[in-house]
Design a protein around this ligand. Structure first.
Ligand SMILES: Cc1cc2nc3c(=O)[nH]c(=O)nc-3n(C[C@H](O)[C@H](O)[C@H](O)COP(=O)(O)O)c2cc1C
Length: 402
């Protein structure tokens, strides 16, 4: 029998757990024993609470600034006044930036900004390469022409054949959903899969939403995928009757809007740190052990060069870059098997779906035909002692290449 205190602690943990999204729940579910699991839930709850106050983005540089003030004070006290007089500018400038960010981004007191230019002249490869996550938005609403054009593209993409049969939905929400660390986003697409876990539905979400992201990028709009940074309570509040907890699972969001020049210092830093990519030799392989890199400059692979790059620049949660590919050549056909390197049930699957979209639109642009299919292990020619990444997701098989 457990004592009342333990029961209360367990109840509190259950309440916090209920507010998590499916990915956080999956992480918690892996933790044992019970006391560690409860601790993990509490810590994760505190982290999310801090993130979703809407202030953390601005306050992240505060400890560094205070530390610098302290350091300069010490330098002054040991008698190096000349050095202290110079160094004092560093924390003063940082403090001024923090204040400026709060006034312009948190309270939105700022000069109006122009509408972005469309990028209709760029080819799909340039769009894929130049797309970046936009984490600071203008406060102006979308102009009707953009909102309507985007909604039309969403409708078209949702009607396209999918990899699986499970229904997926993309709900358009015009409201300030609480997200991290993105600021001032007012428009979102909320990706919903059936409540019962279905990996192919999640691949489909990644594939479909990425095509919409590319359309939005072409229109000059900024976008940001949001998974772990979404406050699920806020999402559900804004979805209202469009969310049924018995039937639906919120997989991720995508913020859409006009990129703003006004971005908190922390977001500027975050953007640059999370935009690096692994080299192609770490992503595409010829052997099941993933030791030998694919020779992308040799026939027949050189024809796919721009598609490889497109996959490389695909977004992934916290830039985890969890997708890998094993390439095969058989006669005049080629096949690419896409794997997830982690056992993450949600965001790694979304990332593979995004790779599928980038691969597919790239091949379309190059006039190369092919189709996606799921192959059983014997057809993938996996040997019994092959050490493969945790998850095979899907293959792409080309039509015979001329
Ligand atoms: C499934 C998924 C979830 C993501 N979740 C977040 C998030 O919660 N917050 C955020 O700021 N960015 C999020 N991102 C954006 C990634 O951090 C970003 O794509 C990655 O760092 C690469 O940077 P880039 O998009 O500028 O190329 C997510 C991306 C994906 C694909």
């Amino acid at each position: 029998m457990s004592d009342p205190e333990t029961t209360a602690r367990t109840r509190k943990s259950k309440v916090i757990y209920a507010s998590f999204g499916p990915n956080e729940r999956a992480m918690v579910d892996k933790v044992h024993p019970l006391w560690l699991r409860r601790l993990f839930i509490r810590l994760l709850g505190i982290k999310l609470q801090l993130q979703f106050t809407g202030w953390l983005q601005y306050l992240m540089p505060v400890p560094i600034t205070l530390g610098l003030f302290l350091l300069v004070g010490l330098i002054y006290l040991v008698g190096l006044t000349g050095l202290a007089n110079v160094l004092i500018w560093l924390p003063v400038i940082l403090a001024a930036i923090i204040l400026f960010d709060i006034v312009t981004c948190r309270f939105c007191i700022r000069l109006p900004e122009p509408l972005p230019k469309t990028r209709s002249r760029e080819d799909i490869f340039e769009l894929i390469r130049d797309r970046r996550s936009c984490r600071a938005y203008q406060t102006r609403p979308l102009i009707p022409i953009h909102e309507q054009a985007l909604k039309a593209r969403i409708a078209i993409h949702l009607q396209q054949p999918r990899l699986g049969n499970a229904p997926i939905r993309l709900e358009w929400v015009k409201a300030p959903i609480t997200v991290w660390p993105v600021v001032n986003a007012r428009y979102f697409l909320v990706a919903i899969a059936p409540a019962e876990y279905n990996r192919t539905a999640i691949l489909d979400i990644g594939r479909t939403l990425q095509k919409i992201v590319l359309d939005a990028t072409r229109m000059g709009l900024g976008t940001c995928w949001i998974g772990p940074g979404a406050d699920h309570r806020s999402v559900k509040t804004h979805l209202r009757e469009r969310f049924d907890k018995k039937k639906d699972s919120i997989i991720c969001l995508c913020a859409v809007g006009y990129e703003s020049w006004y971005a908190p210092l922390f977001i500027r830093f975050f953007n640059t740190q999370l935009h690096k990519r692994l080299p192609l030799s770490d992503l595409f392989f010829v052997d099941n052990a993933m030791k030998e890199a694919l020779k992308i400059d040799k026939s027949p692979w050189e024809a796919f060069n721009r598609c490889f790059e497109s996959c490389r620049w695909a977004p992934s949660s916290y830039n985890g870059q969890t997708t890998r590919c094993i390439a095969h050549k058989k006669g005049s056909q080629v096949r690419l098997d896409f794997y997830a390197t982690t056992s993450s049930r949600y965001y790694a699957a979304v990332a593979t779906g995004i790779w599928c979209a980038n691969w597919e639109v790239g091949c379309e642009a190059l006039g190369i035909q092919g189709e996606f299919l799921r192959l059983p292990p014997q057809e993938r020619k996996n040997l019994p002692d092959d050490v493969l990444p945790p998850h095979y997701d899907i293959s792409w098989l080309s039509a015979p290449l001329i």
